[in-house]
Ligand binder design. Structure first.
Ligand SMILES: Nc1nc2c(c(=O)[nH]1)N[C@H]1C(S)=C(S)[C@@H](COP(=O)(O)OP(=O)(O)OC[C@H]3O[C@@H](n4cnc5c(=O)[nH]c(N)nc54)[C@H](O)[C@@H]3O)O[C@H]1N2
Ligand SMILES: Nc1nc2c(c(=O)[nH]1)N[C@H]1C(S)=C(S)[C@@H](COP(=O)(O)OP(=O)(O)OC[C@H]3O[C@@H](n4cnc5c(=O)[nH]c(N)nc54)[C@H](O)[C@@H]3O)O[C@H]1N2
Ligand code: SF4
Ligand SMILES: [Mo]
Length: 716
């Protein structure tokens, strides 16, 4: 074929990678439909050129032959492509019929993590899901950050008003249950965390990590402390009690805007360093030293993430962290923790949802609703237990709960038993294989992006709009368009009305102009202005904003929320029954930079090399388990109350004695999935042995760390 005389030159696009919370700026080169290089954008004022290996996989997602482009319907063991019209008609009529016959709660909804990374889903998801009017709402929140949000709601008045560590200005970072060097930060949007930690240390500051594993982050910290999984609450409360006993507490101006501080301190009195020592495996003297250092640092902040939220005391831990920061004058303070003021402020305005608790309870276990949802750990029992209000149909949206929520095997069985299931997803995976119909939406580079959520949790205020790189395929739907289309058809069948919805771009433009950096300010932010600065716009460091930004009824920080105080009282009472000598292995999870929960194992560049789905075991534990010194154990069977999995063992001195560690998100050997590369690197699913009966009693968040397990080892 004759070459065009005017070939289009390669194009350069600037945008944000939306895959994790770091929202790094990237530069993508394209030549027509071809994607060339993807590199870090040095001109992004926030990420300053940083990226991780996952950014390049954006190209693989776009090109992946396994990614669904059109709706598919399951016919026996086969999948057949069907038209959009047929798919939407069929989904909405089945759902409407089930609602009509069995009531609204007969339809369950599960929303996975990418919902919050997909801005159209954030703006338009409720347009359809709200029409279902079901109380059986579940999401990845309750296998993740639910305690943070619930505590923020109770203490500060809004579930999204979560104070963020001011990493760029602090002198002392006490970090529990987080590994930002692998995760790139969470509820702390912090692109290039390694450099920021180095800068912290270069200005004389210190980083202390508390974790049952000597993680990648622990290795660059100034001090690392091993802690028995699930016992952080004792450590945190002992620190607070040390501060009080040694008269090191100096809340300063915060005392004027706090309610219930004395009540809170009264409730925790019994948890002294001596008590904590017996439970956490950390010397009382070390706890007191850390308390002293924290109080002595000019600016200090305590931060705790996944590892301390997905455990039995998740809510208490998140509360104790706020209390510690408050008591040392570091809450709402530069170099301590601060709430953001994002350009599009979801905390104010007509769509703001501050939070809720116990408005109703679950049918089977009578557990309270929290923030409009039930714990995902309850999903299977709500499907499998017969009776009025039983879930008979599921809608999953960008989620893979079979691999990501506890007792995945039971959930497999539950999904299989449904009358109807629809999945809005890009793949046929462990969860969506159970669906009757899968509705695929556009790939990341085919839609635009503005980070509605992670700017709320960022260590700096910035704003950036990413235009789509490619035209949407002619017969494609963006997630937001699909939600509107489903809403329209479902409403027509159920006699409901739908309000006309503005596209996300209009909502954004309006929100920006009306927002804190909008038309009335020097920044004059608008969509047009963001489009003119595809590298992003810096809006400055976080600033103290309490009490103005508090959303509690009396504009005071609530230090002693009722449910928390009840929980602490129970904790203290239970001390009597605690047997510190209680032994037995505990299982924790891990992340690594080339992973992203369950769904990015289908890209060769992210899975090649040595198998990463290994069980880390302390060598002394391994020797003990082997008993016979002649064998060198290679494999083992890891078992819990709910089942067992076969694992490959890896001895590691990074592990605390008595703790073993396996990554989650693997387990792609289940039949019927259509992810070729992932199937060749299956690994095993950690959540086949996590226990749905283990939850944080306050929030219902799943216990995914510190799960009691046994391990049988063998040489082959
Ligand atoms: N044991 C253990 N379990 C854990 C964790 C742990 O640390 N240990 N971590 C927990 C945490 S923090 C989380 S957030 C959850 C995650 O749990 P989930 O959200 O349930 O799982 P993901 O693996 O994120 O699945 C994402 C799904 O969304 C699809 N998808 C991706 N992008 C899009 C999109 O733009 N649109 C649509 N429609 N679909 C899309 C993918 O194909 C995939 O099926 O897992 C939790 N589970
Ligand atoms: N590469 C990569 N990045 C990701 C993800 C991913 O899957 N891969 N997932 C994204 C998501 S959805 C999230 S929510 C974030 C999570 O972000 P992080 O919370 O930073 O992630 P984790 O690596 O799970 O860190 C949890 C840490 O808690 C430790 N831990 C376990 N049990 C305990 C305990 O009882 N006490 C203490 N003190 N520590 C404990 C674990 O050893 C681990 O180091 O990461 C996000 N970024
Ligand atoms: S750290 Fe990696 S996955 Fe996360 S936003 Fe940056 S490039 Fe994307
Ligand atoms: Mo998460």
């Amino acid at each position: 074929m004759e070459k065009s005389l005017n070939p289009t030159p390669p194009q350069i696009h600037r945008r944000a990678c939306h895959l994790c919370e770091a929202i790094c700026g990237i530069v993508v080169e394209t030549d027509g439909e071809e994607i060339g290089s993807i590199r870090g954008d040095d001109s992004d004022p926030f990420s300053r050129g940083h990226i991780c290996p996952k950014a390049v996989a954006l190209k693989d997602i776009q090109n992946d032959p396994d990614r669904l482009r059109r709706p598919v319907q399951r016919v026996g063991d086969e999948w057949q492509e069907i038209s959009w019209q047929q798919a939407i008609e069929s989904v909405t009529s089945r759902l409407a019929a089930i609602k009509e016959q069995h009531g609204a709660n007969a339809i369950g909804v599960y929303q996975g993590n990418p919902n919050v990374h997909n801005w159209g889903m954030m703006t338009h998801g409720a347009n359809f899901l709200g029409l279902l009017k079901t109380r059986n709402r579940f999401s990845a929140t309750s296998v993740d950050q639910l305690p943070h949000q619930l505590v923020a709601y109770w203490m500060f008045g809004h579930q999204l008003l979560i104070p963020i560590p001011d990493i760029d200005h602090t002198d002392y970072l006490l970090m529990l249950g987080a590994n930002p060097l692998a995760s790139n930060g969470s509820l702390m949007t912090v692109p290039d965390v390694a450099k920021r930690l180095k800068d912290l240390q270069a200005r004389g500051g210190r980083v202390v990590t508390v974790d049952p594993r000597k993680t990648e982050t622990a290795k660059v910290a100034d001090r690392h402390v091993f802690i028995k999984p699930g016992t952080d609450i004792y450590f945190l409360l002992a620190i607070i009690n040390t501060l009080v006993a040694q008269r090191l507490a100096k809340p300063g101006r915060l005392i004027e805007i706090s309610d219930g501080l004395n009540e809170a301190l009264e409730a925790i009195r019994d948890i002294t360093p001596a008590v904590a020592q017996t439970l956490c495996g950390i010397d009382a003297a070390e706890i007191e030293t850390i308390a002293g250092e924290f109080a002595a640092a000019k600016r200090a902040v305590c931060y705790g993430r996944m590892g301390i939220s997905t455990q039995a005391h998740g809510s208490l831990c998140q509360w104790a962290i706020q209390l510690l920061n408050l008591l040392t004058g570091n809450l709402d303070a530069v170099g301590g923790s601060l709430v953001t003021l994002p350009a599009l402020d979801l905390l104010n305005g007509p769509t703001s949802r501050p939070g809720s608790y116990k408005r109703w309870e679950s049918r089977v276990s009578k557990r309270p609703e929290a923030l409009g949802e039930f714990p995902s750990a309850l999903m299977a029992e709500e499907i499998l237990t017969q009776g009025d209000g039983q879930i008979r149909a599921m809608v999953t949206v960008a989620g893979n709960p079979v691999l990501s929520t506890p007792n995945g095997r039971q959930l497999d069985r539950a999904f299989e038993s449904l009358e109807f299931m629809v999945a809005i997803d890009l793949y046929i995976n462990e969860t969506t294989r159970h669906a009757d119909i899968i509705l695929p939406t556009t790939a990341p580079l085919e839609h635009d992006h503005y980070d509605l959520i992670f700017n709320i949790f960022a260590v700096r205020n910035t704003a950036k709009y990413s235009a789509a790189l490619f035209e949407k395929p002619a017969d494609g739907f963006h997630d937001w368009e699909l939600m509107d289309e489903l809403a329209k058809h479902f409403a027509a069948k159920t006699g409901q009305t739908v309000k006309p919805a503005m596209p996300p771009q209009m909502l954004l433009d309006f929100g920006l102009q009306m927002g804190p950096y909008g038309a009335a300010t020097e920044h004059k932010l608008s969509l047009e202005k963001l489009k003119a600065h595809p590298e992003g716009i810096d809006l400055g460091p976080l600033k103290p904003s309490f009490p103005q930004r508090l959303q509690t009824a009396n504009k005071q920080i609530q230090c002693a929320p009722e449910e928390i105080i009840k929980g602490v009282q129970k904790l203290c009472k239970d001390l009597r029954h605690h047997n510190p000598a209680e032994q037995g292995l505990r299982l924790i999870g891990r992340r690594d930079v080339r992973s992203n929960n369950s769904w990015m194992h289908n890209y060769e560049r992210l899975v090649k090399g040595a198998d990463r789905c290994t069980l880390l075991v302390n060598p002394d534990d391994l020797a003990e388990l082997q008993g016979n010194a002649d064998i060198s154990a290679q494999r083992g069977v890891l078992a819990s109350r709910v089942g067992e999995i076969e694992v490959r063992l890896q001895a590691s001195t990074d592990m605390m004695r008595g703790v073993v560690c396996l990554p989650h998100g693997w387990g792609h050997q289940r039949p019927g999935i259509r992810m070729e590369t992932a199937s060749q690197h299956p690994g095993v699913s950690l959540n086949d042995i996590t226990d749905e009966l283990l939850t944080d009693p306050i929030s219902g968040n799943a216990v995914l760390n510190g799960v009691p397990v046994t391990l049988r080892v063998s040489a082959v």
